[in-house]
Design a binder for this molecule. Sequence first.
Ligand code: MN
Length: 228
Amino acid sequence: MDTVFPVPPAILLPVLGTSAAFPVRRVYCVGRNYAEHAREMGADPDREPPFFFGKPQDAVVPGGGDIAYPPATSNLHHEVELVVALSKGGRDIPIQQTLEGVFGYAVGIDLTRRDLQTKAKEKGQPWETAKGFDHSGPVSPLTPVSAIGHPEKGAIWLSVNGCEKQRGDLSSMIWSVSEVIAQLSGFVTLAPGDLIFTGTPAGVGPLVRGDQVHCGIEGLAELDIRIN
Ligand code: MN
């Protein structure tokens, strides 16, 4: 059927070791999945279970690169995160079967308008404008499970202009990748193409125009962005 305007382009993530790309469907994010980060945000990691929010599909910036400083904020923050890419979905996925649906892993940055998020928290309002804005989800090329397996530990880090700001270890995640997938599949039907940002370690902080951000996770492709 003809469309009244051109169908929006697919969001495609490159996959290391192949010319085939990974088409993105939905983008889910986990809040407060590292105890030290929960504490730095003024929350108690022992009493507050993680929760989910989302970004629009086209917030994903495959491979990073230049990103415009977003409007309506004066406190844009970086949050480096392990990103899980699914090639199989389902509902109420049993925890033992969760990893069968994982195609690969990447490093992503959950860019956040911290000032808007703080206001939203105070007023009990939704986080969309704080989390789901244009270009708010740069993601590195995917490393397939066939090449890396399922990383349960390893350094996760981010630097700004050569100065390290965040460093943690995947083993410090409060909820594992399996647990995140199992829980999320109790709320929504997951499907091939879904990405899950799994939360950030401590050290989040502001970015300004001109900043060069470099980040990575042991064993995965690295990610660079520049704020313009
Ligand atoms: Mn985050």
